[in-house]
Design a protein around this ligand. Structure first.
Ligand code: NAD
Ligand code: FE2
Length: 357
């Protein structure tokens, strides 16, 4: 198909306090005797948000461990556990950052698809729709709330389950939930959005659809991280919408160099998405001169430390592994550098880039 015909999130509620409407929102989605399963980021264990979850009958909260980014083995164990205990369920509600939301998407798909989630890492491999699912971000920036993928680290690769069955049926965008995020984490995840915008707006796949969302998201990121002198409620409001719009922008384009390189770091070293993108972006003047200049300004203004020297002492084998993962992300490179990207981003050049990180 020449033009991407993409599936979007079905329902969106936005506003401070909209989380309080969750019970009402879930009511029509409940199937008799089958529970709603809330996958709640483990950060919220014992916190007030946990007691605000509208549990009914045999509903359950599972605190998900997001110390590491989601792995296919974790998804499989969660979905198998649910199948054994309940047979089938009404739905899965993911509450947390990109990791908890991605886990929710993957687990609900695995409720109705056989085998391991690793079998479905790729594009349009998922065969059956999953159960009902909703996403509720507590960090803003990844765009996982709107995307048609769930990024998983599997036995051989880090790749999403990209499919029309993957987007949420419902998202609840309540900026109050992001209010107490630590400044560093908020910055790293926020920069994921900023970098989505730069990569989308400077990419060869750009069209007016992506541009409209990308420009708005970029403007909101600039307000939050460049113009504001102090973090306030308005920053949470704006960054939540930036994340949404940034996600919509890449839905019709693609990400670029920072993501392609950071995927390699993440695969080999377990570097997390937000911080990994920042580590790479710091060295991409050649590809995104304006964006990198502004990025450095934001790092300074917000008093953030970007780790240096993380590839020091790696072996040739390790560099090769990272390069294989990175160069495998063909659409990202093509978006960033055009059809002839392989002539531009040679292994030599990529190796030198990794050595700088
Ligand atoms: N599906 C997609 O389209 C997509 C896009 C980009 C990234 N991702 C994925 O998203 C993940 C990264 O997500 P992220 O950057 O949102 O971070 P995260 O979900 O990995 O969370 C980072 C840390 O912040 C904590 N946390 C979450 N909310 C908090 C809050 N309100 N206050 C305090 N701490 C809080 C978590 O417990 C965790 O320790 C990666 O796994 C990445 O692969 C997915
Ligand atoms: Fe990203």
């Amino acid at each position: 198909m020449k033009f991407r015909n993409f599936k979007m999130v079905s329902y969106v509620v936005y506003g401070r306090g909209s989380f309080n409407q969750l019970d009402e929102i879930l009511e029509p989605q409940r199937i008799k005797d089958r529970p709603m399963i809330f996958l709640l980021d483990h950060f919220f264990e014992g916190k007030p948000l946990a007691s605000r979850i509208p549990l009914r009958d045999n509903d359950e909260i599972i605190y998900v461990d997001v110390t590491y980014e989601p792995k296919t083995t974790y998804v499989d164990s969660l979905s198998n556990q649910l199948k054994e205990k309940f047979g089938s369920i009404s739905g899965v509600i993911g509450i947390g950052g990109g990791s908890a939301m991605d886990l929710a998407k993957a687990v609900e798909l695995m409720m109705n698809n056989p085998g391991s989630s690793a079998d479905y890492q790729g594009w349009d491999l998922v065969k059956n729709p999953g159960v009902y699912k909703a996403g509720i971000p507590t960090l803003s920036g990844t765009g996982a709330e709107v995307s048609r993928t769930t990024v998983l680290t599997g036995p051989t690769r880090k790749l999403g389950m990209n499919s029309d069955f993957t987007p949420f049926d419902q998202i609840v965008l309540d900026p109050e939930l992001t209010a107490n995020a630590p400044a560093n984490q908020r910055f790293y995840t926020g920069m994921d959005c900023y970098i989505h915008c730069i990569e989308s707006l400077q990419g060869t796949y750009l069209n007016e659809f992506s541009k409209s969302y990308g420009e708005k998201a970029l403007q909101l990121c600039q307000k939050v991280f460049v113009e504001k002198s102090q973090w306030d409620d308005e920053c949470d409001d704006m960054l939540m919408m930036a994340s949404y719009a940034g996600g919509m922008s890449i839905a019709y384009s693609q990400v670029g160099v920072a993501h392609a390189v950071s995927y390699g770091l993440s695969y080999l070293l377990g570097t997390k998405h937000g911080i990994g993108n920042c580590i790479v972006m710091d060295h991409l003047e050649e590809y995104y001169p304006e964006g990198v200049k502004e990025f450095k300004l934001m790092v300074k203004k917000n008093n953030i430390e970007i780790p240096q020297g993380i590839c020091k002492g790696l072996t040739d084998d390790q560099f090769n592994k990272m390069m294989d993962v990175s160069l495998g992300m063909k659409p990202l490179w093509e978006n960033a550098l055009g059809k002839d990207w392989e002539k531009i981003m040679t292994r030599d050049k990529l190796r030198r880039l990794y050595e700088q990180l």
